[in-house]
Design a protein around this ligand. Structure first.
Ligand SMILES: [Ca+2]
Ligand SMILES: [Ca+2]
Length: 253
């Protein structure tokens, strides 16, 4: 009785059709009929040896002798005390054609930390009273707060210079203003300077609102031009009606 069975299976054959390569896989043929391990005794009493299941995996890997592009593997799983073994044979590899489709992703935005998600002022210059807040936010978990719940004096602002990349046509941002005053005294405003042409556009005219929630501002840009976006909250430092403005999600599209 053989207790070590060596089974061999064979793999792929090529078929060529037309001007294109076509691959067909031929399943391995049977070297031992039915289950090659059926005749292997697992009871040591027959031979007097002791079987130690799963004690000695012995990996074995070789080229398919009929096609060196294929591999055939097996491992011996059980080991008898008298040297016998029980093997498993794994299916030989077969030629398979995989098609990968790659798509170019959007280019990285030249606006750094536009959502203030770094939790700091990375990418921005700042003036006046500025802070990073976690509430309210429009997107993510952070936004920038200009001004304060306490009166501040004059403009509080952040600014960033960037170059509009090819394919971009607009810059946008969101603001949430708390202005319990009159626009004569307190306001939010934003400007976009085209550094290429020297033109400055007021993209958010002076506004003073309270409890208006998040509002979006969008302004056209010309690809290839350099811009400086400045976000402002202005307070006239009068007790009792301090204004602050939260900005978030500065982005190009
Ligand atoms: Ca954010
Ligand atoms: Ca005020």
């Amino acid at each position: 009785m053989k207790r070590f069975v060596f089974a061999l299976a064979l793999a792929s054959a090529f078929a060529f059709g037309g001007p294109n390569l076509a691959f067909a896989t031929m399943e391995g043929h049977e070297a031992s009929r039915v289950d090659p391990f059926l005749a292997c005794p697992l009871t040591p009493d027959i031979f007097g040896g002791v079987n130690y299941p799963n004690t000695e995996p012995e990996p074995w890997l070789a080229h398919n002798p009929l096609n060196v592009d294929n591999y055939i593997g097996s491992f011996q799983q059980d080991r008898w005390s008298d040297g016998g073994a029980r093997s498993h044979v794994v299916t030989p590899t077969a030629d398979t054609t995989y098609t990968a489709t790659y798509q170019a992703g959007p280019p990285p935005s030249p606006i750094v930390n536009g959502g203030f998600e770094s939790g700091d002022f990375t990418g921005w210059t700042r003036t006046g009273t500025t802070s990073i807040v976690t509430s309210p936010v429009h997107g993510g978990t952070h936004a920038v707060l200009l001004g304060s719940a306490n009166p501040t004096n004059g403009d509080s602002k952040v600014a960033q210079t960037f170059t509009a990349p090819a394919g971009s046509s607009a810059v946008s941002f969101w603001y949430n203003e708390h202005c319990p005053d009159d626009v004569t005294y307190d306001w939010a405003t934003a400007t976009l300077k085209d550094n290429t042409t020297g033109t400055t556009t007021t993209v958010l005219a002076k506004t003073c609102t309270v409890n208006a929630g998040w509002k979006q501002v969008t302004s056209a840009v010309t690809a290839g031009h350099s811009y400086t976006l400045t976000l402002v909250s202005h307070d006239e430092n009068n007790p009792g009606d301090a204004t602050d403005t939260t900005y978030d999600d500065v982005a190009l599209s």
